[in-house]
Design a protein around this ligand. Structure first.
Ligand SMILES: C[S@@+](CC[C@H](N)C(=O)[O-])C[C@H]1O[C@@H](n2cnc3c(N)ncnc32)[C@H](O)[C@@H]1O
Length: 319
C-alpha cells in the first residue's frame, strides 16, 4: 500500500487554522529578529508545493537565504513551484539533508512534519539542538493525535510514550510500577505531547553539553494547538546565550503578544462565521464589550476577538 503524501491531500495555503497559525508565527518572528538587527538569519523548512511559510520568510522577514527540503517523491514538483531565486531546494529526507547544511549562521528552522513524533524526526531535533548557532529559532510541528487506539490500557499508552520519547518520558512513565492516573487519555494528549517535546529539547541540550560549555539555553517562545482535521501542535524555542537573552529581555519584543506563552499551549480555534457576521464583528473590534445583532456563543466571540487580526479571508476568484 502506498501512503498518500500530505501535499496530495491538503492545500497548505488554505487550511484556515494553519493559515492563522502561520501568520501568528511570522508576526512573532518579525518581532524576534528585530531585536537582533545585525544578524543575517537563514531560513530552513519544508516549503511543500505552496511555499506558504517561505513567502512570509522572504516577503515579511526579508530573509535572503532560504532552504527548502522535500522528499524524493515530491521534489521535482516542489522544485517546479520554487517561488524565489533565493530559495535553495534540497532533495531528500530531513534526517539526511540537515547534516549536509551549514549551521554556522543563525537560522530560523521550521520542521513542519505532518505526522506523529517518531525516532527519525526526534533525531532531527537532537541533531539541530547540537548544531544550530546561538540566536537561532527552532520550531517543530507534529500531528497530536494519540498514537494508540481508543481501547488502549494505561499500560499500553505509557509503553508507546516510553518507546518514542525514551529519556524525555516523565519519570512516572519510565518506572516499571506506574501510577495509572499519570498516563494521558486521548483528550489530554496534545498538552502531554507538548510537555514531552519541551522536555526532549531540554534534555538534548544537557546531553550534548552545550548547556554547560556554550552557556546556551532554550527560551520557549510559543506553543500552539489547532485542528483543521487532525489535531496539530507547534512549539518554538530560541537558543540563546546569556548575552543574547539579556538583549531579548531588554528589547521585550513579545510585549502585548497574547499568544507568546512560552511552553503553555495557545489554542487556535477559529469559529466558522459568515462574511456578514464577520463584518458586523469587525466593525465593533477592538473592544472589550461587543453587542451583536446575531447570536454567538461567548466562547466563540472570545476566540474571534483574540484572533481576528490573523483570521484569513478566503474567497473564490474566477480568472
Ligand atoms: C506540512 S507540509 C509543509 C507546509 C509548509 N511548511 C507551510 O507552511 O504551509 C510538509 C511538507 O514536507 C514534506 N516532508 C515531511 N516530512 C519530511 C521530511 N522528514 N523530510 C523532507 N520532507 C518532508 C512533505 O512531503 C510536505 O510536502
Amino acid at each position: 500500500m502506498t501512503v498518500m503524501a500530505s501535499y496530495e491531500k491538503f492545500d497548505y495555503s488554505t487550511r484556515p487554522n494553519k493559515r492563522t497559525q502561520r501568520k501568528m508565527i511570522f508576526d512573532a518572528l518579525a518581532r524576534y529578529i528585530a531585536v537582533f538587527p545585525r544578524r543575517r538569519f537563514g531560513y530552513v523548512g519544508f516549503g511543500s508545493m505552496w511555499f506558504a511559510d517561505f513567502l512570509y520568510a522572504h516577503r515579511r522577514l526579508g530573509l535572503q537565504s532560504l532552504t527548502s527540503i522535500e522528499t524524493p517523491e515530491g521534489f521535482r514538483r516542489a522544485a517546479f513551484n520554487r517561488p524565489f531565486k533565493c530559495v535553495r531546494m534540497v532533495e531528500g529526507y530531513s534526517s539526511t539533508v540537515l547534516p549536509s547544511l551549514n549551521w554556522r549562521r543563525p537560522a530560523i528552522v521550521w520542521l513542519d512534519y505532518d505526522y506523529k513524533p517518531e525516532s527519525e524526526s526526534l533525531q532531527d531535533l537532537s541533531y539541530l539542538a547540537g548544531e544550530i548557532a546561538s540566536g537561532s529559532v527552532l520550531m517543530v510541528t507534529y500531528d497530536a493525535d494519540p498514537p494508540w487506539n481508543e481501547d488502549a490500557t494505561p499500560d499500553e499508552r505509557a509503553e508507546v510514550i516510553r518507546r518514542v520519547f525514551k529519556d524525555a518520558a516523565p519519570p512516572q512513565l519510565r518506572r516499571s510500577r506506574r501510577r495509572k492516573s499519570k498516563v494521558p487519555h486521548r483528550s489530554s494528549y496534545a498538552p502531554t505531547l507538548t510537555a514531552l517535546l519541551w522536555s526532549f529539547l531540554e534534555n538534548e541540550l544537557v546531553r550534548n553539553g552545550r548547556a554547560g560549555a556554550d552557556d546556551l539555553a532554550w527560551l520557549p517562545l510559543f506553543s500552539f494547538f489547532y485542528k483543521d482535521g487532525a489535531p496539530m501542535i507547534t512549539i518554538a524555542a530560541a537558543l540563546l546565550n546569556s548575552r543574547e537573552r539579556a538583549i531579548f529581555e531588554e528589547g521585550n519584543p513579545f510585549k502585548g503578544l497574547l499568544y507568546a506563552l512560552g511552553e503553555r499551549l495557545f489554542s487556535i480555534a477559529i469559529p466558522p462565521l459568515t462574511l456578514r457576521e464577520r463584518a458586523e464583528l469587525d466593525r465593533r473590534l477592538p473592544s472589550r464589550t461587543v453587542k451583536l445583532p446575531f447570536p454567538l456563543a461567548e466562547e466563540q466571540l472570545e476566540s474571534y476577538r483574540s484572533l481576528y487580526r490573523y483570521y484569513p479571508l478566503l474567497a473564490e476568484v474566477d480568472l
